[in-house]
Design a protein around this ligand. Structure first.
Ligand code: SF4
Ligand code: MG
Length: 325
């Protein structure tokens, strides 16, 4: 196992008040595997990623819980030790590479910088390695692109450059937060192919954050579905698609565009932190809600490896929601 998140709780502190943003979060990622963290925006996926990287924004802090990476508890490390770990053993890819790339340095300079910092190599060696990396991630005319500035590249090429930078120090874990969301469909497929290929060749573990179930189906070994700050379903990908065990997951699937089905998005919106309903947090949007749902459901293992946080889980027969209750 490369990553384990245990009972993670993140809060926002503001004017003496604190609001829970993420809580009771538990998941594991096996070495060489891909885990997809899925949910609508605002559910806490990105914050979870930032917490793992030790990059939580100001005002947001970890109240409790552990993050175990390759056997060590990251929450007990100094910020200096964490900084050394980032880039060297774990790296992050963002949705919009422009926010992560520095506009005033060339692509080559930025990748070389990472290599110099973490491996203490000389600039000329680091630049040569940067060029190799750009070629490895499929950047055409890599010699030219090495000297280009971020704004001179297309969105797809910038994302490849970002991936090259993430790979610069051969990390064991890559966290990718919506890495293809800003790209058009063709480029999106190419980037996903690249990530899959890298995972295979380099034995990388991938924590992939997405709101897109199509991406999940293609990429994930395992899926963790988040809703309103906690997990509502965790399963192997095949099991999740064959037999979703939470009404929220079913709703996400029903809103997938299919050949025949109509798009039926889940009614209502994810409640913001601080305004989560009592009991089950999916109350108000759930078509199966009953009185029992005022009691907060626990995440329970319904069948081997398949967990759901719904009182009715196990009573659902098929996706679409028939129950034998
Ligand atoms: Fe719906 Fe109740 Fe299950 Fe929550 S516990 S998802 S409200 S049926
Ligand atoms: Mg996000």
């Amino acid at each position: 196992m490369i990553l384990e998140v245990r009972a993670l709780k993140l809060i926002l502190e503001r004017k003496g008040n604190s609001v829970v943003l993420v809580d009771d979060l538990n998941f594991t990622l096996g070495a060489g595997k891909t885990l997809c963290l899925v949910g609508e925006s605002g559910c806490g996926k990105s914050l979870t990623a930032l917490a793992i990287m030790g990059l939580l924004p100001p005002g947001i802090k970890r109240l409790s819980g552990q993050i175990i990476f390759a056997g060590q508890d990251l929450t007990s490390l100094s910020s200096e030790a964490l900084r050394r770990l980032r880039g060297a053993r774990m790296a992050m890819i963002f949705q919009e590479p422009m926010t992560a790339l520095n506009p005033v340095f060339t692509i080559g300079e930025q990748i070389a910088e990472v290599i110099e910092t973490h491996e203490g190599r000389r600039r000329s060696e680091a630049l040569a390695r940067a060029l190799e990396l750009l070629k490895a991630v499929g950047v055409p005319a890599a010699e030219e692109r090495l000297h280009a500035y971020p704004h001179e590249l297309s969105g797809g090429l910038r994302q490849r450059a970002m991936i090259a930078m993430a790979l610069a120090c051969s990390p064991e874990l890559i966290i990718a937060d919506e890495p293809t969301t800003a790209l058009d469909v063709t480029v999106q497929a190419q980037i996903l192919d690249l990530l899959r290929q890298l995972r295979k060749e380099k034995g990388l573990s991938l924590l992939l954050i997405t709101h897109n179930l199509g991406v999940v189906a293609e990429m994930a070994d395992e899926v963790a579905v988040m809703y309103a700050g906690h997990l509502v379903e965790v399963a192997k990908t095949k099991d999740l698609f064959e037999r979703p065990l939470h009404p929220y997951t079913m709703g996400l699937m029903a809103s997938l565009p299919g050949p025949k089905e109509r798009l039926s998005p889940i009614a209502g919106q994810v409640p913001p932190p601080g305004a989560w309903p009592e009991g089950c947090r999916f109350r108000g949007r759930c078509r199966y809600e009953e009185e029992l749902c005022l009691v907060p459901p626990e995440l329970r293992e319904i069948s081997p490896g398949h967990h759901s946080r719904c009182h009715l889980a196990g009573r659902f027969l098929v996706s679409g929601g028939k129950t034998n209750a």
